[in-house]
Design a protein around this ligand. Sequence first.
Ligand SMILES: [Zn+2]
Length: 259
Amino acid sequence: MPSGWWSALRGRLHGGRAIPEDLWQQALHAAPLVAALDAARLERLRGLCGRFLAHKRFSAVAGATLDDLRCLLIAQQACLPALQSGFAALRGWREVIVYPGEFRVRRQHEDADTGVVSEGDEDLIGEAWERGPVVLSWADVAQDLAHPHEGFNVVVHEIAHKLDRLDGAMDGVPVLPPALPRRQWIDTFQRAFDALKQQVDRGRRTAIDPYAAESPEEFFAVASELHFSQPALLARQMPGVARLLAALYGPPPWPQAGG
Ligand SMILES: [Zn+2]
């Protein structure tokens, strides 16, 4: 368990806590994606991170190590998708569990056509439980921090699942701001998902991670990663999706990335 400034105070905090300047600067140094935000959004993110650290409990398991800096780095990535919608978007769960690397889970799978239930082990780098914790592989969080423009961000991916679940249904449609018509979201995302799935089913090489073709919810989570990590690629491949994600999340910190 981390034992620094915020964890000692956490139990007494309600609104959040101002993050010490030196710790904030260290985190910005380690997270160029976050450092690329404009000054106003960076200040907003800092406030969200203070609340995130005060309200979420971090647990290091299986030999993982966490300190204040690592917790803040995770908080920064987790709050990026909430910059526009605010801290309420991160409600309904309280725990972040961190493994040192990939972690193995036992899964049941029911085949939709045959009804046959099979069970197997799966290695994961991240997971978001329904109303439960976000689970992360630190090695993969660190990899994304060091290479912010390779199209991957496991924290953003899992938080996108959390946003998706806020309205009760895990379906690739998060709670939308009033200015974003739900119909437009569904039509645009469905068309882009169908097109990608068709390419993947035909064995074509795709510019976007074929994992996005698994389901509408994975499509939304992968597209969210691209919004922050390779927004230029997303805009080129799926301009409608890119526009809607910019309306949901605000403009990407580094619009030219992935160009
Ligand atoms: Zn996922």
